[in-house]
Design a protein around this ligand. Structure first.
Ligand code: ADP
Length: 492
């Protein structure tokens, strides 16, 4: 069931209410994007980067440990005036790690003074390595011989190895690097990512408003103009340049719609003016002749019949005018759907031609037909019949003194055949050829019409062929005549 105007308006308003504006859509997209980025980087930072930092720190410690070990074992403490503690402090500061030499019980052998690290004097409790040495020894046992132990202790990464500073002595080199530093770097990074996320979120508001403003400005402008157009103002002009290809296309389409609407509007007005004029003429005649019958010819059967015949003729004219107007509006509005069947065009054209037999007999018209047999197509039989009848009728109306009309139905290719009708009349002026298909167009030339015409004939022809999507047209030469043609697809 089709909706009423009121229902349509209500459902449009409802849709409008439920539809989010471009600004919010963009905002949602940008915010979702920034959230996704923050989560993605946060996750990467947490899982991947943290692990990478740790691995890197352990690798770094291993490297430094090896260098420090070599330095201790191979460099003579004499370089530090025999002061092993000074050497360790130097190595500690140089490599940014804590370096100790412990005995087997975890007692610090070197450096012998309170440790000075990172500018702060460490408390003595920090130098209790009794439990650390146990852990180190355990790790050393697990590793291959001659290899140092490398592991994560409590809050620090540890490097340790058994060394021998003096002959037959047994000491342990114990190097640590605090985990805190790495963690604080990682925390800093996480914080920065969150800050960046917040910034991106705020930025999405700015970008969404800027982009939506930029996008919606031409759209709301066009909506305003389209409303004016809907109210019948055909002077509106849609612009879309500076806003990209799509807007330009939309503006072009709307301008095209405006031109078409204004053309239809103009033609509708002309149609009404012409139709009412043409209704008026026969009505005036009917009234005049009816009055004449009453006042003058009532008693004279011969005159009365003549006058009554005029009334009948004028009524026929009115009837065909009304029928044509109705047909056209029905076909155009699509109320009258096409009913496709397979049509034997060869027989059908012959049948249509018989409708003109009375003109051959009474007025000497010669309809010369060349019809190929067995040509079938799919079409709405009645509508196509009406279109072809109109074309032949026009040819009869406009043909020359010789009263000849040529009708052809010929195979054109394996997939197409054509119908054409040629007259020998005055032809159509080049400047009029585009307009003859318009509703109610009538050329300036007056002529005697054996077939009744309403000025709507070609408009019906055009609409019928267009609805069928058939190729059609006209070729005309002034002074020689015109050929109207249409191509049909072959159905076997
Ligand atoms: P009409 O009832 O006036 O024939 P049509 O819509 O059939 O209305 O035709 C529109 C106009 O096209 C005609 O008024 C005439 O000027 C022109 N026309 C149509 N057919 C022919 C033809 N065969 N030869 C010359 N002019 C034609």
């Amino acid at each position: 069931m089709s909706k009423t105007k009121k229902q349509r308006k209500a459902s449009y308003r409802k849709r409008q209410k439920n539809t989010t504006s471009i600004y919010f859509l963009l905002l949602a997209v940008f915010s979702a994007f920034s959230l996704f980025m923050v989560l993605f980087f946060g996750f990467t930072q947490r899982v991947v980067m943290n692990q990478t930092y740790k691995n890197e720190a352990v690798r770094d410690l291993a490297d430094k440990g090896r260098k420090i070990q070599t330095a201790i074992l191979e460099t003579s403490p004499d370089d530090f005036n025999g002061n092993r503690s000074a050497q360790l402090r130097y190595l500690s500061a140089y490599y940014d790690v804590d370096v100790y030499i412990l005995d087997g019980d975890g007692k610090v052998l070197f450096p012998q003074e309170p440790h000075f690290n990172h500018g702060e004097t460490q408390g003595q409790e920090k130098f209790d390595f009794s439990s650390a040495i146990v852990v180190l020894k355990a790790h050393l046992q697990e590793t291959d011989e001659n290899n140092p132990a490398l592991y994560e202790g409590e809050g620090e990464y540890c490097y340790g190895d058994k060394i021998s500073l003096y002959e037959d002595s047994e000491e342990y080199l114990y190097i640590t690097k605090s985990v805190n530093l790495i963690e604080s770097v990682s925390r800093q990074m996480t914080l920065r990512i969150w800050l960046l996320g917040a910034f991106m979120f705020l930025l999405s508001f700015a970008v969404a408003s800027a982009v939506s403003g930029w996008l919606t400005r031409p759209l709301s402008e066009m909506t305003q103009k389209a409303r004016r157009l809907a109210r019948g103002d055909f002077n509106v002009d849609f612009h879309g340049s500076n806003y990209g290809q799509e807007m330009l296309e939309l503006a072009g389409t709307l301008n095209f719609a405006r031109d078409e609407l204004s053309k239809t509007d103009r033609m509708q007005k002309e149609l009404i003016a012409n139709v009412s004029h043409d209704f008026k003429t026969p009505l005036t005649m009917i009234k005049a002749y009816a009055s004449m019958i009453i006042e003058i010819s009532g008693d004279n059967p011969e005159k009365r019949n003549k006058h009554a015949q005029v009334i009948v003729d004028e009524t026929d004219r009115l009837t065909s005018l009304v029928t044509d107007v109705l047909d056209l509006s029905k076909i155009r509005s699509g109320i009258d759907m096409l009913k496709f069947t397979t049509v034997d065009m060869s027989s059908y054209v012959k049948e249509i031609l018989t409708r003109f037999d009375y003109l051959k007999e009474t007025q000497g018209y010669k309809l010369i037909a060349e019809i190929d047999e067995d040509l079938h197509t799919r079409a709405d039989e009645l509508k196509i019949g009406q279109a072809l009848y109109n074309l032949i009728g026009n040819a009869v109306n406009y043909t020359g003194e010789d009263k000849r009309v040529f009708v052809r139905l010929k195979k054109y290719s394996d997939s197409e055949f054509y119908f054409s009708v040629t007259d020998t009349g005055a032809g159509i002026k080049q400047e009029e050829i585009g307009e003859i298909w318009d509703r109610y167009y009538r050329s300036s030339q007056t002529h005697k019409r054996p077939v009744k015409g309403t000025g709507l004939g070609l408009s019906i022809v055009k609409t019928v062929f267009e609805k069928h999507e058939f190729k059609f047209g006209v070729k005309s030469e002034e002074g020689k005549g015109s050929t109207f043609f249409v191509y049909f697809p072959i159905i076997t």
